[in-house]
Design a protein around this ligand. Sequence first.
Ligand SMILES: C[S@@+](CC[C@H](N)C(=O)[O-])C[C@H]1O[C@@H](n2cnc3c(N)ncnc32)[C@H](O)[C@@H]1O
Length: 388
Amino acid sequence: MIENADQFAHGALPETTSDEFSRQEFVKSLKLHLANKVSLGNKTAYEVRAKKRFQRAEGKAPQTYHEIRKAMEAEPYFNFWSAMQRNSQEMMWKSCQVPVERQLPEMIEKAKTNGSAKGSLRLNPDLEIPRYHRAVDIHCMPGGYHTEFAADDLANGALYDRAVYIYAMGRMGPYNADIGDTTIAYLKENFPDLAPKRILDMGCSVGHSTVPYVAAYPGAEVHGIDVGAPVLRYAHARAESLGVPVHFSQQNAETTDFEDESFDLIVSHILVHETSHKAIRNIMAEAKRLLKPGGVVIHAETPPYRDLEPYDAFMLDWDTRNNNEPFWGQSHEIKAADMAEETGFEPAKAFEGYQPSAFEVDKAKRAKVFQGGDFGGGGAWWVWGVQK
Ligand SMILES: C[S@@+](CC[C@H](N)C(=O)[O-])C[C@H]1O[C@@H](n2cnc3c(N)ncnc32)[C@H](O)[C@@H]1O
């Protein structure tokens, strides 16, 4: 069993010098240490000090995760961990930016497939980037998914690919494909008769979760859309280097240019928490337009707060306030049936549930609590959606 399998060195992945690699490994080890050791002390600090302080001041113990946050705001141990967690995030991006900046011109050249592609790439320079991406650098990633620093830029695709591996501390597998593989496993178990001919991955980014659908549903035409040109250029280069045909296009999932009823399966993986309250409803309405009758839309995310102990919800909510994830909190309140009803689907055909993480690491070694952005830390993903 390997806990931290090495990231697969496909042809588009930036190379690292030994110093650059060591720096990245340090950040990964720091993140693991924070998640597996330091983070756990927050619970003790809460039980021993913060809870009692709150009780004395308010005359009752904290009940909701909001109250727990209020109780912990003044807790030095929590503030120390929180500062370390935020610093590890900023160090992670920096450690991954250095090799990308060093090699950018060669990487741009290498990514050009010059007509040899199995899949395709369609960009739209006129696409308006939604405000919810322009207004903030989501999860502190400098420039977000869309900013271009050079002609034909793919820097932030390369940055995201490497950083996700470090962020997840290797727990999403050598291809960072855990969320796609896990969602596929859920679909195979719960919709065994679904044989999609056309599949759309919304918010595909660099295609970590998109690529596995090609092998999972042989013969299906797989599309990935995203608003960011740099991530799509990189996604295309990465998929081609893996020999996997995917059709990438630059589109807003709220209003795509695909025809009505042209897909059997629409998927998204950690897209929802990065879109606004209004955008996710637009995305669901768009999915309804795009799906054939009987087709399925499914989203994979970390679990809703209602299913967690208030303390674990408080920890998982860390990203909302500390990691430039302004929509994180509200996305963890979504109920599939309510969303289906609001967006024109039949609520009775909505579904939601946990799916164990597909990546084969020793799950017993994973931390059992959610700890501020530790994607997959609980060893399971939350999936929700609806059948049309
Ligand atoms: C966390 S990343 C998704 C990662 C990817 N799905 C995976 O599993 O590896 C979220 C992505 O959604 C994209 N995105 C956000 N809002 C979008 C929208 N309205 N339309 C299309 N893509 C969007 C972002 O640009 C970003 O690349």
